[in-house]
Design a protein around this ligand. Sequence first.
Ligand code: HEM
Length: 305
Amino acid sequence: MSRYQRGILAEANLHSLYLLFNAVDGVEEDIRHHLAGFHKMITRYDNEYSESELSAFVAVGANYWDQLYPDARPKLLVDFPEIPDAIHHAPNTPYDLFVHIRSDRADVNHLVGSQICDLFGDSVRLAEQVKGFRFLDGRDLTGFVDGTENPHGGRRRDVAIVKDDDEKFIGGSYIHIQRYRHKLDLWKELPVVEQEDIIGRTKADDVEYPSKDKADFAHTKRTSLKDEAGNSIEILRQSMPYGTMKIQGLFFVSCCHTPTAFNLMLESMLVGENGHYDHLLNYTEAETGAAFFAPSIDFLTSYSS
Ligand code: HEM
């Protein structure tokens, strides 16, 4: 199997750094070359700061893919979904490159992030940078544990990494990001039991509601989907809280062997069934949204020219 980028399956860390770039036109060959050297650089820093559990991945925007790699496109790569007529909006704000850095040291993330900016040089413009952090015992800033039902162990790889159904892209992963800005003033006014009904889990001890007690508008009801054969549709979430004292929220990251899983979940959150959309969306707002593909290390290095 082609080597996947290790950061895709990273276990929880204390700090993250998300960098979103747009590329300058006409320098595609330079960018292919930079991406081919990306993992060598990460490995160097990983060896130097091995206690920090550093990992990273780079992903190419759905809109930019054909310009950068015109020879072959991942079979299922599509733009971030536009879902009209929903009460809440999930904007599509495409970027050309997404770099996801995670470790237990904010200073190492900073060092690696600045080296990546140096590596890319004038061939890109940094469009957005967000620092994520672990909050308490792995909670979102709403106070609820986030990530409990994520796949564990070997299942993470099954869910997140493309297998043999798209030969050239084995070892890759379909990535979606959304930067959510929370309305914490409104959320904090809600009694805890109403917050719990909205998530479909208890707050302090993170226990899932029995299925029959979950409201149709509960976030975990809207995102627990099954396919026609009754199998669970899953994604690997790598989200982390971010923010200042003024603006805070969740930088949501989904990694999956297919883009369909995220697209179906987002539609289920926004549109729902019989008008029951996800009520978490009354307390947070997606300000960005973009779709990418993170190819295998072998694919990236095959362009080292
Ligand atoms: C579950 C928070 C956005 C997919 C959860 C849980 C929390 C949470 C607290 C329960 C614990 C867990 O299993 O992780 C949030 C927040 C979001 C957000 C604060 C945005 C501000 C999304 C989005 C998707 C998503 C955009 C996908 C499109 C899921 C899935 C689960 C989940 C698949 C597990 C459901 C289950 O099997 O029980 N989320 N989430 N979430 N969320 Fe989100």
